[in-house]
Design a protein around this ligand. Sequence first.
Ligand SMILES: [Zn+2]
Length: 73
Amino acid sequence: MTRPPLPLFLDDVVTLRKRHPCGGSDWRVVRLGADIGLRCASCQRRVLLPRAEVERDIALFVARGPLAPVARA
Ligand SMILES: [Zn+2]
């Protein structure tokens, strides 16, 4: 079963099911591509993860970045 790719945008903040060793679970999207760059909101460390892995691990969006196509009032 395939799902459409999850739209990710720079500066989105997401909660991953997998915790960082520092204990944080919130991440900011800092790089988009085949690999997704994420910065840990707790320790500011950056990691690069395959997009498929990120999409699978996202539990929820904490905040959408300014580039995300949200409805504006
Ligand atoms: Zn961390």
